[in-house]
Design a protein around this ligand. Structure first.
Ligand code: GDP
Ligand code: MN
Length: 383
């Protein structure tokens, strides 16, 4: 789960990592009220869960009150398009007003889980402020990577390697060391998959300060971080995905027209392949889980049909823990209650499959029985 820049900076400050203080505005009134108490220059920053805001016009450094007021009014409510938002962009519902800092230099610093090396990698560069992919392409020698064994933690020689690579003066080395240690503590404490500071600013007064903050946490760890869970911004997530997650369903929305309901993630992936091979596109990934009951089937149905792109539904279930007759009863009950008019193709295999098929056949609903996967593919191709 990603959190906003202002939330990440709050955590930074709690852990002793310097970050500018700022004010959050959600209305024009907030803007006027907060700006009155600020010194110029002020940085106006759109709070969305995507990077590249600066280039998209979502970050403006204002040197006068009038410019700050105007920039804030423009950014709040704008449809911000960055290379990470897609063409539709994201509506800016919150902005951050920060005291501007006079920069002497911009560095890049990030920590992330490296799955290949099975460790935590620290990436740093003296070419901060621009995106790291560009630095990697144009100045690969400006990038330093240090792999940390999570059992041993950050070692002094690794800190020195980073200081040397960043060409930091002895004056800044001590301060950088402190920041690095605190950032590593924060990273492991919050089960992060990524923390990125770009830029990590060096001010004209020779202090180091985090001017940007991106944090992504492993969602599986949220049960032990209630403070982070409270930061969940449902505005930034797909409404259907949020609803599905509230019902304990693993649902991911896609762009196609065939809704699918499957038990087991592996079977769900194979089902999406089957849909594509039949020449149509999946509208979603939905794993109702191995132990789904009639209620979950009904909730799944409701979520699938809430997507107005859906033209047909494909139910592909292997009856193991969830018996085929129970599933069939759930499907019939849900389809009947919802007065479902879309065609529903059902392929079932496993425990009590004969009873299940009978229940479907006797239901008089628009349910089409697929004898096997090949037959299901043919039915899908005909839609
Ligand atoms: P991003 O584009 O989403 O990564 O947003 P950032 O928070 O990184 O802001 C974009 C750029 O604005 C940074 O790379 C900095 O160059 C600049 N910037 C942000 N805050 C300040 C500041 O306080 N002072 C100065 N001089 N520049 C800033
Ligand atoms: Mn940035």
């Amino acid at each position: 789960m990603k959190i906003h820049e202002y939330q990440a900076k709050r955590l930074f400050r709690q852990f002793g990592i310097p970050a500018p203080t700022g004010s959050i505005c959600k209305t024009q009134k907030d803007i006027t009220r907060h700006l009155k108490q600020m010194q110029m220059p002020v940085v106006v920053k759109a709070q969305i869960l995507a990077g590249g805001r600066g280039k998209g016009g979502g970050v403006i450094l204002a040197r006068t009150m009038a410019k700050a007021q105007k920039s804030a009014e423009t950014i709040l409510g704008m449809q911000l398009i960055t290379k990470q938002t897609g063409d539709a962009g994201t509506t800016v519902k919150t902005i951050l007003l920060e005291q501007g800092v006079s920069l002497a230099k911009e560095l890049y610093l990030s920590m992330l889980v490296d799955r290949e090396h099975e460790d935590i990698v620290i990436i740093a560069s003296r070419s901060g402020g621009m995106d790291i992919e560009t630095v990697a392409r144009e100045n690969p020698d400006h990038i330093i990577k240090v792999h940390i064994n999570p059992l041993l933690g950050l070692q002094s020689y690794q800190v020195r390697e980073l200081i040397a690579g960043l060409e930091l003066s002895p004056l800044l080395a001590g301060e950088f060391t402190e920041i690095l240690k605190k950032l590593y503590t924060l990273f492991t404490h919050y089960d992060c998959s990524l923390v990125e500071i770009n830029p990590l600013g060096i001010t004209k007064e020779d202090t180091i300060i985090a001017l940007d903050a991106k944090m992504d946490l492993d969602s599986n760890s949220l049960f032990r971080h209630p403070d982070i869970l409270a930061m969940y911004d449902s505005d930034e997530e797909d409404a259907l995905e949020t609803a599905a997650s509230a019902h304990g369903l693993n649902y991911i929305r896609l762009n196609g027209t065939i809704g699918s309901m499957v038990n087991g993630a592996g079977l769900a992936m194979a089902t999406m392949d089957l849909i594509k091979q039949a020449g149509v596109e999946p509208a979603n990934f939905l794993d109702v889980g191995g132990g789904a009951d009639a209620e979950m089937v009904e909730n799944g149905f409701r979520i699938i049909v809430s997507d107005t792109n859906v033209r047909a539904i494909f139910i592909n279930i292997f009856g193991g823990i969830l018996r085929c007759d129970i599933l069939a009863e759930g499907v019939v009950a849900a389809a009947g209650k919802m007065e479902l008019s879309l065609p529903v193709i059902v392929r079932m295999e496993g425990t009590n499959v004969e009873q299940g098929r009978r229940i479907l056949a006797e239901s008089h609903l628009n349910l089409i029985n697929a004898e096997n996967l090949k037959h299901a593919a043919e039915l899908l191709a005909a839609i």
